[in-house]
Design a protein around this ligand. Structure first.
Ligand code: SF4
Length: 327
């Protein structure tokens, strides 16, 4: 199949949003898990220039809290895991004193994911944010739009079409996972002549192995997640018990699955590794279900933590895609 160069089309974008997108409004000081804690807050160049141009005491204070991380990016020096400008009411002092325009681009965008493709942009909300999570999981019939693709990248066209079929199906969770893996196997054959003989069984043994892998290899952000991984690694539940748990949470798992299909299926256009992505998507639903089934945590919260630990950490994301490329 013919590929086209990506990257020269970023200005002429049609924008697409899930149907629940406009329901989101940041909880700010009421948030039970502020995004201004634990994460490193990278400061983009434009915002840094604004800070450098300030000649006030507060401007000097802002500059005094900026360090360079290992990758050479400027970011705020966390104080006990908190952004130094997150005040005791869990509100942003930069926003209060200087206005939203002076917050870093990453702060203004969060919890939005912005994905640019050939001629269109998809903007969605992250499951990691408690309020976005509530909206995504409580939304009755969320619609994930199909972009009107006018370009000539045949791979992207095929992936859009497969994703549309997946997102428009009315199947229950286990059938949707099967359809996803079948579609990815078909697309792998069409795109890259890769023949997938059998789908791996994503059972309890597989998920326990994944818990061990994440415990040893991933960058773990929160103590809760570490404790859940440790517990899941040694848990004694059977495949039958896990299956029964998934069946009794079918509707929620379908919502989580549709979220991950929307977020990741098209991304295979970048490296053509569609089957690893499909396994990643399937496991992104089954692993939180396994955590929720084996630990004292709800499925929503397990999915939220999985998203927080994985979707916002490129190292962890690449690690997992690498894990699934072994199958
Ligand atoms: S996690 Fe979500 S609701 Fe909480 S402060 Fe961040 S954007 Fe707002």
């Amino acid at each position: 199949m013919r590929r086209v160069l990506r990257g020269a089309f970023l200005n002429t974008m049609e924008k697409y949003y899930p149907s629940y997108y406009n329901e989101f409004s940041c909880l700010a000081g009421e948030c039970p898990d502020s995004c201004c804690t634990k994460w490193e807050i990278v400061i983009d160049e434009c915002t840094l220039n604004k800070y450098n141009a300030l000649s006030t005491d507060f401007g000097n204070e802002v500059l005094s809290q900026i360090i360079k991380d290992e990758e050479g990016d400027c970011c705020f020096l966390l104080n006990n895991g908190r952004c130094p400008f997150l005040n005791s009411h869990n509100l942003c002092d930069i926003h209060i004193k200087l206005g939203e325009d002076f917050t870093s681009e990453i702060c203004r965008n969060h919890p939005r994911f912005i994905e640019e493709y050939d001629g269109f942009t998809e903007i969605s909300l992250s499951l990691s944010c408690p309020e976005a999570n509530r909206i995504i999981m409580s939304s009755e019939k969320s619609v994930y739009p199909t972009p009107l693709y006018k370009g000539d990248d045949e791979v992207l066209e095929l992936l859009i079409s497969s994703r549309e079929k997946l997102l428009s199906s009315d199947l229950g969770f286990s059938s949707l996972i099967k359809l996803l893996l079948d579609a990815a196997a078909d697309d792998s054959l069409d795109i890259d002549l890769v023949y997938i003989e059998n789908h791996p069984d994503i059972n309890v043994a597989f998920l326990k192995n994944l818990a061990s892998f994440l415990l040893r290899k991933s960058e773990i952000l929160t103590n809760e997640w570490k404790a859940y991984l440790e517990n899941a690694e040694g848990v004694g539940i059977s495949d039958e018990e896990f299956e029964a748990y998934c069946k009794s949470n079918d509707e929620a798992l379908v919502k989580i699955c549709r979220y991950f299909i929307y977020r990741y299926y098209l991304k295979a256009v970048n490296d053509l590794d569609i089957y690893s992505r499909a396994l990643f998507i399937a496991s992104s639903c089954l692993f939180p279900a396994f955590i929720a089934c084996s630990c004292n945590v709800t499925l929503w919260e397990a999915a939220r933590l999985f998203s927080k630990e994985t979707e916002h950490n490129l190292f962890n994301l690449d690690l997992l895609l690498g894990f699934f490329s072994e199958f």
